[in-house]
Design a protein. Structure first.
Length: 244
């Protein structure tokens, strides 16, 4: 079922559009309708329909201005109009289709097909992110989740050697030789990494305990399997020894 929102400044036109949509198709459910475009914009700030049917000619704010004022545009827009000359302009203004009034049942069927294809193709990054995070929260397959450069990276603890601070940034060094730069302070990274595997040995370093090959107690350094030499601060040495 396609959940739709309707916007048309004329009450009779809105009623007619509602009747046509529900009469010609059993795949559309109208969840809200508005004659005031400002109210519609407010509603759409907190609600995401599967589709928006939008009248193009409204005196206070026409359909094109309405589209420009949408804060989120992660749903398809279908322009409804009695004037065919708006079609090309409508498609250039991020509308996926237009319907001429009165609506033809075959045209509506084609539009519904476009809406379905749009929503299938544009499964939003936000929804995908939620899905991935939900999947990853299963303790059986729990991984470390890093958010960087507009993407989520999932790592096993064993893939990480250590993390190093660089002011407001941190760098994660991996066993395969790659590194990941995060726009997070090391304190924030320390909260992400599991405490049973990682230990902050220095204000500037967090190490994977399982990757430690040697601990030079006198010098105050740990040597990792990768031969990296990481300092252990005096303040952390006692806690680190207790941990070991």
């Amino acid at each position: 079922m396609i959940e739709a929102v309707l916007v048309d400044d004329e009450v009779k036109a809105l009623q007619s559009l509602s009747w046509e949509l529900t009469n010609f198709s059993d795949e559309i459910e109208i969840i809200a309708s508005f004659t005031d475009p400002i109210e519609a914009l407010g509603y759409l700030e907190g609600n995401r329909p599967d589709c928006l049917f939008l009248d193009i000619e409204m005196p206070t704010m026409d359909g094109f201005q309405f589209i420009k004022n949408l804060k989120t545009k992660n749903f398809p827009v279908v322009i409804t109009t009695a004037y065919n000359q708006y079609a090309i302009k409508a498609l250039k203004n991020e509308a996926i289709d237009y319907l001429l009034k009165p609506i033809d049942s075959d045209d509506l069927k084609d539009t519904i097909g476009k809406i379905k294809r749009y929503n299938a193709r544009n499964y939003t990054a936000e929804n995908l992110e939620k899905l991935l995070l939900k999947f990853n929260n299963n303790p059986i397959r729990k991984k470390i989740t890093l958010n960087t450069d507009g993407k989520l990276i999932f790592l096993e603890s064993d893939e990480i050697l250590y993390a190093e601070s660089d002011g407001n940034y941190s760098t994660i060094f991996l066993t395969n030789g790659n590194k990941i730069v995060l726009t997070k302070k090391l304190k924030e990274v320390n909260e992400i990494l599991p405490s049973d595997t990682f230990f902050r040995v220095h204000n500037s370093y967090i190490v994977n305990i399982g990757k430690i090959k040697e601990f030079l107690k006198t010098d105050g350094y740990v040597i990792l399997d990768s031969k990296n030499k990481i300092p252990v601060s005096r303040q952390k040495k006692s806690d680190f020894l207790d941990l070991l």
